[in-house]
Design a protein around this ligand. Structure first.
Ligand code: NAP
Length: 483
């Protein structure tokens, strides 16, 4: 199967923070890959901006190095790279200063799609938005892309929304959550809404519970100071896990339209019950395997910030009343694995005498690694041993099902940047969605702080704290193995 590349219209993309880590690792290599795929038109321009006083050629040199480092060698082509670099320019601009803005204004061509990517610290978003607007640089249809974190609580998210809203309309603001750009996440919507098979079963009557796991093997090293002001609830649950939960739980939108999809997600967030203190477990990883523990990397050795969290959430609406959603995420765990598992209920009546091999049907949606879906179904164990049951997966590995062409699925950032250029906000969080997510998250964090909860220690390379296992055991359920 050959992938279809839909070219975008000519654009000018200004990346503020173009010399930073995110631009180097994700944004610029992603743009190279889209160029390689033929999606970037000849008239497109990518303008890097940061305070560093770099000549455009020195910036191009940095980008060439980033592509060499972060693009697989099978996709690296010196001729294509040289052509890609011709689309690049650089202007030294301080978000808080005066220099460079006039040059930026004079270089942008009227009538071409304008995208301003704020890949800088959130404290600079307001300065950038203000200058782009007051200096008349951003046109009425310009788009801005803002990176996470979008606030650290409801009050700061509201303030940030208000700041951006002073200069840009909501239709111009793209709040990025790269989880939504993953192939499998979008496939979740295709599976749910393009098939009749699942929808009748997609409710508490048939779904026993849902597990959402985002496990990382890395710790916070290098990011300890920042992370310690955040923790897993803010860094992962409020945004990424929440978005995944919404896509599973939402009602079918009337159309695959940005606001229709986001309206349905918002309803889910608003229907989430407050989390009971007994339904949350926080953890911190210990030293091990030659690496320091969480508190060795945090500025405060007595830090109570969680590097792991597991919780049980309930959605109070007709579809989901009574079906728990178990969420967990953590650092320095056994494996790097992100997946959603939907476990269905037992059949109402069994006709088989021997049910020793019986297990529930589970739909596993794997986000990384090995993007794909597996539906665990019961069949007869092969052989002459009578009617014995066994469970097998109905597999849909994207790499296998779609062939080599798709084995290297585009990175989430590539896809999302192309969506911004196309003006499609479906996979970006709307301001009210972000605020609703904080409104649910804030009391959980505040509750833990008010109770003085200490995170439970866990071993690196494990599947998290003991109490997290108990969170499910007490309900007669168990977490899926992290692998
Ligand atoms: P970073 O490595 O610290 O880079 C920051 C960039 O901003 C640099 O290019 C820096 O260059 C520029 N900058 C700093 N102050 C500036 C100013 N006053 N005016 C103009 N440019 C300025 O940060 P990062 O890791 O790339 O993160 C960028 C944003 O993405 C942050 O909001 C972060 O939370 C978010 N994010 C990052 C990641 C990631 O994996 N890195 C993941 C998710 C979200 P100069 O010093 O030369 O100005």
């Amino acid at each position: 199967m050959v992938s279809r590349v839909i070219p975008v219209d000519p654009f000018e993309l200004v990346i503020f923070g173009a010399t930073g880590d995110l631009a180097r690792r994700k944004i610029l290599p992603g743009l190279y890959r889209r160029f390689l795929a033929g999606q970037i038109p000849p008239e497109a321009r990518i303008i890097g901006a940061a305070r560093a006083d770099l000549a455009p050629d020195a910036f191009r040199e940095q980008v060439a190095e980033a592509v060499t480092e972060f693009v697989p060698h099978t996709l690296r082509d010196p001729k294509v790279l040289a052509d890609f670099l011709k689309h690049l320019d650089y202007i030294a601009i301080d978000a808080k200063g005066e220099g460079g803005w006039a040059q930026l204004k004079s270089t942008l061509r009227p009538g071409v799609i304008q995208v301003f990517y704020f890949s800088v610290a959130p404290g600079l978003f307001g300065d950038l938005a203000e200058r782009l607007n007051s200096l008349g640089i951003a046109g009425p249809d310009a788009r801005i892309v803002v990176e996470k974190p979008f606030g650290r609580d409801l009050a700061s998210a509201r303030a940030l929304n208000a700041t951006l809203a002073r200069h840009f309309e909501e239709r111009q603001i793209y709040r990025i959550d790269h989880y939504l750009g993953k192939e499998t996440v979008q496939n979740l919507m295709a599976v749910r809404f393009a098939n009749i098979l699942f929808e009748p079963l997609w409710k508490s009557e048939y779904v026993d519970h849902v597990q959402i796991t985002v496990a990382e093997t890395v710790g916070v090293e290098g990011r300890g100071t920042y992370y310690d002001t955040s923790g897993a609830m803010r860094d992962m649950v409020q945004n990424h896990l929440m978005q995944l939960l919404c896509l599973i739980a939402m009602e079918p939108p009337y159309h695959f339209d940005p606001n229709a999809v986001r309206d349905e997600k918002l309803k889910v967030i608003r229907a989430l019950d407050p989390v009971h203190p007994d339904d949350i477990v926080r953890g911190q990883y210990l030293p091990g395997g030659g690496e320091g523990g969480y508190t060795d990397h945090a500025e405060n050795p007595a830090s109570r910030t969680e590097s792991y969290v597991a919780l049980r959430a309930h959605i109070s609406n007709w579809r989901w009343k009574g079906t728990p959603f178990y969420l967990r995420t953590g650092k320095r765990l056994r494996a790097r694995a992100s997946e959603i598992a939907i476990t269905f209920k037992e059949p109402p009546h069994s006709i088989f005498d021997d049910e020793t091999g019986w297990r529930e049907n589970v739909l596993v949606i794997r986000l990384q690694p090995d993007e794909g879906m597996h539906l665990m179904v019961m069949i007869k164990e092969p052989g002459p041993g009578g009617m014995r049951l066994t469970q097998v997966p109905l597999d849909m590995s994207f790499a296998d099902a779609l062939g080599a062409e798709h084995a290297e699925t585009p990175d989430a950032y590539e896809r999302l940047i192309m969506d911004v250029i196309r003006g499609n906000q479906t996979l970006f969080m709307r301001g009210d969605e972000v605020e609703a997510a904080w409104a649910w998250t804030d009391p959980i964090i505040q509750g833990c702080e008010a109770r003085g909860d200490r995170p439970q220690a866990y071993d690196p390379g494990s599947s998290g704290p003991e109490d997290a296992l108990m969170l499910m055991h007490r309900d007669g359920r168990r977490w899926r193995e992290i692998r």
